[in-house]
Design a protein around this ligand. Structure first.
Ligand SMILES: [Zn+2]
Length: 631
């Protein structure tokens, strides 16, 4: 099934058999005497030739979305009613006829997707009013879309009988005005894998949500056209006018998603959904050097093969659309901004006494909530290790708001990143002119230092961490690696896009070392991995409910990367309102470790390999681009 393709030849067959349907559409626009008069003359029939949609591959060239041949059943209610009266008797009402036809059809199409009640409704109406009030005949309705071959087999047999006299009356009626047209259906062989990232395609071949929506123009292809002269019965005239242009098949795309890492990430988070019962969860795995998105998980999810069974909020790609106050995971980004602009250095100190009153506001450290001792004198490294709000606020107030704002913007905070995997939120970072008083700016600056008063998406934060891992250089996150022309077989590979440095390589490496301590000795201990050093930070952000922080509603998260001395994987994990577990260090850090360990085992079996090799790239090229062209 996985190798089912959408050949152009098949689509042409589809289009030609659609001819009658299109013809009926034409008749729809005509009425009574005018129709008869016109029907006596010659007609120009125009047929749109539907293109086949391109495939979607993972970076390991597994088929994540493709097409399958299906069959749709349509009817001409007007003709059916007329034929039925001739065969069954003139006195029958439209509804009685529709009920008999529906019963016959349901006995042939044994599928729960076709209901008798629904068919009666579609078949009993033969006239409807146009917007200008004038009635028109209904000569075409869909009865069932995209059924498999087994389901339509019995109906097909009836419609193909040549001698009508051999048929029982109920089948003769069907034959007068029922047709079957082949149609291509989108299928997703891996069912729910990366569902929100892929999105789905509706019955009209339009990409909805995810990559299917954002890359619709590439995938969709171009319709072809056939125009020919036909007689009153719709038969082509041999010497008549004729033009034909073939449809252009949609191009296929190759994602940056590694289906194996994606699978592991989904398994880890499925388990977390059961254990912690959060409202939703997001996972991102990024390659910091290229910005390649290796995994993108959004839970709860859906089955794109049967998207109509799910509510629309399941279709959102939460790593791109979930907006929240990041809390402590934001501290390293602010720390990088402060170090880089020179307002503090590694020896600059601050002091935490649990509560710090300054000007018109005060800042509390989490130690007060947990009832542990205050942090005392701290450097920026200590502040990150202890995740101390007061020290961060004191450091941040040494800078100007403008300076911090500019650096954070460079990291990608507060704007859409243009990933192309579904709807993206810009988040929120107050521009400097936002504040009227100096004191209000100070207050905002202080809270921003520990991730409050700013809203981010998980992707924005993952990109910022990737920049720290990548010597300060911000890479544009990308989901598509290449596009394959289905007509020529040629693949166009895209180059990773460098968005410039947010901070210097030196600043980035200092923050990286501090994030290693935060995992080794600080709040992120449970994110440790066997054999490699991890750099990362936990986050526990209280949510604002009705204008106040509600301590019972939290977003817990962990952002980090490994191996710390030569980072290959950035992982961001965000759980919204877990029912069990209220601290990022308890909930999100172990999930990071579980996912990170599985990624390592994948590339490090069973004896240790050198991690300086780009193993993700190796696994990709194990299937060469030539193999792709042969598929
Ligand atoms: Zn503190």
């Amino acid at each position: 099934m996985l190798s089912v393709r959408c050949p152009i030849a098949m689509m042409t067959v589809l289009a030609v058999s659609f001819g009658l349907a299109i013809w009926l559409f034409y008749l729809q626009g005509l009425q009574g005497a005018q129709a008869r008069q016109k029907a006596e003359g010659l007609w120009l029939r125009r047929i749109d030739l539907a293109p086949a949609r391109g495939n979607i591959y993972s970076r390991n060239l597994q088929l994540l979305a493709t097409c399958q041949l299906t069959y749709s059943v349509w009817a001409d209610p007007y003709t059916l009613q007329n034929a039925a009266r001739k065969i069954w008797g003139q006195q029958l009402s439209n509804t009685e006829i529709a009920a008999r036809i529906a019963r016959s059809l349901c006995s042939l199409l044994k599928t729960p997707r076709v209901s008798e009640k629904d068919l009666v409704k579609r078949l009993s109406q033969t006239v409807r009013n146009r917007s200008n009030g004038k009635p028109i005949l209904i000569r075409f309705v869909w009865l069932a879309r995209q059924l498999d071959e087994a389901t339509i087999r019995d109906l097909k047999r009836v419609l193909e009988v040549r001698r009508e006299k051999e048929l029982a009356p109920q089948w003769r009626v069907l034959k007068a005005g029922i047709g079957i047209s082949p149609e291509m259906r989108r299928i997703y062989p891996y069912i729910r894998l990366a569902a929100a990232t892929l999105g789905f395609v509706n019955l009209d071949n339009v990409g909805c949500y995810g990559v299917e929506r954002d890359w619709d123009e590439v995938l969709r292809g171009k319709s072809g056209l056939m125009e020919l002269e036909v007689d009153a019965l719709g038969r082509p005239i041999p010497s008549g006018y004729y033009i034909h242009s073939s449809p252009k098949q949609g191009d296929s795309i190759i994602l940056t998603i590694d289906d194996q890492i994606q699978k592991v990430a989904e398994d880890v988070i499925d388990e977390a959904m059961k254990n912690f019962l959060p409202k939703s969860a997001s996972v991102i795995v990024l390659d910091p050097k290229t910005g390649d998105i290796l995994a993108l998980v959004s839970k709860p999810d859906f089955d794109p093969n049967e998207y109509y069974r799910f509510t629309p909020e399941r279709f959102l790609n939460r790593p791109l659309s979930f907006v929240y106050e990041p809390g402590s995971t934001f501290k390293p980004i602010v720390a990088a901004a402060l170090l880089d602009s020179g307002v503090i250095n590694e020896r600059t100190t601050a002091r935490c006494d649990g509560i710090w009153k300054t000007g018109t506001f005060s800042v509390r450290c989490w130690v007060v909530q947990k009832g542990s001792a205050a942090h005392g004198v701290e450097t920026i490294a200590d502040a990150l290790k202890h995740s101390c709000n007061i020290a961060m606020a004191q450091f941040a107030l040494r800078s100007s708001y403008q300076q911090i704002y500019e650096k954070l913007s460079k990291f990608g905070i507060g704007r859409r990143l243009g990933v192309g995997a579904g709807f993206e939120e810009p988040g929120w970072l107050d521009p400097p002119q936002q504040f009227l008083s100096k004191e209000a700016t100070r207050h905002h600056q202080a809270t921003l230092a520990f991730g409050q008063g700013v809203a981010v998406t998980p992707m924005q934060l993952a990109v910022a961490y990737a920049a720290i891992a990548n010597y300060g250089k911000v890479m544009k996150p990308r989901i598509v690696k290449g596009v394959k022309s289905e007509e020529t077989g040629e693949i166009t590979w895209f180059q990773p896009k460098d968005l410039g440095n947010a901070v210097s390589p030196l600043t980035a490496s200092k923050i990286r070392n501090m994030l290693v301590s935060a995992v080794e000795e600080g709040t992120g201990k449970r994110a440790k991995l066997d054999g490699v050093k991890v750099a990362g930070k936990t986050g526990t952000a209280t949510k604002v409910v009705n204008g106040r922080y509600d301590p019972t509603k939290v977003v817990v998260s962990f952002f980090g990367f490994f191996p710390a001395d030569s980072p290959k994987w950035v992982i961001g994990i965000v759980l919204d309102e877990p029912t069990y577990g209220k601290w990022g260090g308890e909930v999100a850090a172990p999930l990071f470790a579980a996912l990170g360990q599985q990624i390592l085992w994948r590339v490090q079996p069973p004896r240790p390999l050198s991690l300086t090799q780009d193993l993700t790239a190796l696994s990709f090229f194990a299937t060469s681009p030539d193999d792709l062209q042969r598929q």
